[in-house]
Design a protein. Structure first.
Length: 300
């Protein structure tokens, strides 16, 4: 694998680390299976790209994209907690609706950002090549988001949100308004996903209505893969595992596609994803019996 391909894989892995953190919030913290991310990711890209081409400051456009994602997450949560629609079905309904909304926002299937000023434009003034400077900038952003999320989940509000996901009945018995925390958690989750979509569009130079296809699978692959290689009992370990899982996943995909011996091509991406997710889900189950045997032998 060339250096360019390696750094490119790390760049995309860091972008999708934000998606993984959002998926971690919904799937692990709130225990809310959320497919909205397949719609909120392109929503962030669509809002950001549409605003940038009209002359809006790219930083404000990126913020607006994150807020739009938060709104999408709140709609899904509202359908669940207020209208009592099954959480999985509520997220599917929102995802389907967002496809048409994204087309409305862009006015066409895709919007090009080539030649436009983006949040990454200041990197062009550095002495480093763009393919080196961009992963460094994204790494700094991801670390900041991770630390902020760690702080939030260990705050009083974050602990109440975690309690809502673990045992909603007990949380309600303790006076926690679980509906409010589900709404807030889903908003934060999809805001992170939409932020990733906005940054992805700016780094790749275009926003497309089909960007969201398979995003939920990539996010789950990062979360499950990270959990397979790290102990995630502590919050800071869990968020770190999401980031590491996302990067390792993209590196594994890049390695598979760049290995001539395997004969894989770009159209095999979904196949590679399915195999990697399967391995990530099976690996913990294979390791546990081995650990039990090792512990039993050491005790004797």
């Amino acid at each position: 694998m060339s250096t360019f391909a390696l750094l490119g894989a790390i760049e995309v892995g860091l972008l999708f680390a934000l998606v993984a953190l959002g998926v971690y919030l919904s799937f692990r913290v709130l225990q809310f299976p959320d497919l909205t991310v397949d719609g909120s990711f392109p929503l962030g890209a669509a809002v950001c790209a549409s605003l940038i081409v009209t002359g809006v400051n790219p930083y404000l456009a990126t913020l607006a994209a994150a807020l739009a994602g938060a709104g999408a997450g709140m709609v899904t949560a509202w359908l669940n907690v207020r209208l009592k629609i099954l959480h999985l079905l509520a997220s599917i309904l929102t995802m389907i609706a967002l496809y048409s909304i994204n087309l409305r926002i862009m006015g066409r299937p895709n919007v090009a950002l080539l030649g436009e000023t983006t949040v990454f434009s200041p990197l062009d003034t550095l002495d480093l090549p763009t393919y080196v400077a961009l992963p460094i900038a994204l790494a700094v952003l991801v670390v900041v988001v991770k630390l902020a999320l760690d702080w939030f989940l260990n705050s009083e509000v974050g602990l109440a949100m975690r309690a809502t996901g673990v045992n909603p009945r007990m949380a309600r018995a303790q006076g926690i308004n679980t509906e409010h925390y589900i709404l807030g958690g889903m908003a934060l989750s999809n805001a992170l996903v939409a932020l990733a979509g906005a940054l992805f569009a700016q780094s790749q130079g275009a926003a497309d209505v089909t960007l969201g296809v398979g995003v939920i699978v990539v996010g789950l692959a990062a979360v499950i893969g990270g959990e397979a290689i790290m102990n995630t009992r502590a919050v800071w370990r869990a968020t770190l595992a999401c980031i590491m899982g996302s990067i390792i996943y993209r590196l594994a995909v890049a390695a598979a596609l760049n290995t001539d011996m395997l004969g894989l091509k770009a159209q095999d991406l979904n196949l590679i994803t399915a195999v990697l997710v399967t391995l990530a889900m099976v690996l913990p189950g294979v390791r546990m019996p081995f650990r039990s045997k090792t512990k039993g032998a050491s005790d004797t």
